[in-house]
Design a protein around this ligand. Sequence first.
Ligand SMILES: NC(=O)C1=CN([C@@H]2O[C@H](COP(=O)(O)OP(=O)(O)OC[C@H]3O[C@@H](n4cnc5c(N)ncnc54)[C@H](O)[C@@H]3O)[C@@H](O)[C@H]2O)C=CC1
Ligand SMILES: O=C(O)C1=N[C@H](C(=O)O)C[C@H](O)C1
Length: 269
Amino acid sequence: MEAEPGVVVTGVSGRMGRMLVQEIAASDRLRLAGALERPGHDWIGQDLGLMLGGTENGVIVGSDLGAALEGAAAVVDFTAPAATIAFARAAGAAGAVHVIGTTGFSDAELDELGSAGTGSVQIRAGNMSLGVNLLVQITRQVAAALGPDWDVEVVEAHHGRKVDAPSGTALMLGEAAAEGHGVRLSDVAERGRDGITGARKPGAIGFSAIRGGDIVGEHDVLFAGPGERVVLRHMATDRGIFARGALRAVLWGIGKAPGRYDMTDVLGL
Ligand SMILES: NC(=O)C1=CN([C@@H]2O[C@H](COP(=O)(O)OP(=O)(O)OC[C@H]3O[C@@H](n4cnc5c(N)ncnc54)[C@H](O)[C@@H]3O)[C@@H](O)[C@H]2O)C=CC1
Ligand SMILES: O=C(O)C1=N[C@H](C(=O)O)C[C@H](O)C1
């Protein structure tokens, strides 16, 4: 009998890294083949099971993705932009599946990420949940139906440890609304309003970010028209939805031609 495909988890001590380890353990279709942390991290060289507060599991935490991919088909990566670009190079060299949940990339970093990953099956999404990816499609449709006379505002809320704003999800929703309006988001986005901002520009797509406590991730797309409002909402209450989406992407990506994909491809939306 063939062994299940091996998966390497990066940022394994992080919120998503821990959740991925848990979901892989619960899966009968994938096995944990490696665990990485940033160079200098306390967990490097230690047994992952012990570091997570359990019993030894024989997976020693490392920092070299190329070495880890010798025994794995895929890497699931929820870390930070610079780390993810470096991982894309290693995934490209190995011809591996690289599932990327990391957010907060600049436009230049996104270009670099795409070229660094040549040779890999690169699947990236600012949100891996089924609900959000469906909401993205609905947002595009509603924006197209209502038109730019209805003001669009994306409001997101996350835990206080999040380092990027607007969230990757908020940007996906903003992109979808811009597509629905037939414009480029970069031409109409209004971010970080403060002080005497002047009146709202017609056709603008606004972003607001709330940070606090342990909020997993909440997103509203508000369409404000004359005399009425429509609000589309997604609320995440469990990070497992992102981890399970990422593992679904791994299974989908194995055997696919190298290239760049997103969750729309994985979910067939
Ligand atoms: N696409 C999605 O569905 C989701 C995306 N995210 C994104 O995932 C990223 C991580 O989120 P969290 O787990 O909450 O953050 P976190 O801060 O808890 O974890 C990040 C981990 O990455 C590690 N790391 C940083 N550089 C590294 C390197 N060079 N090599 C190996 N590990 C490295 C850190 O040490 C840390 O353990 C963020 O960008 C977040 O926005 C989070 C949840 C869902
Ligand atoms: O950092 C997080 O936590 C999350 N990040 C993603 C984002 O930036 O949208 C997805 C989710 O909302 C949680």
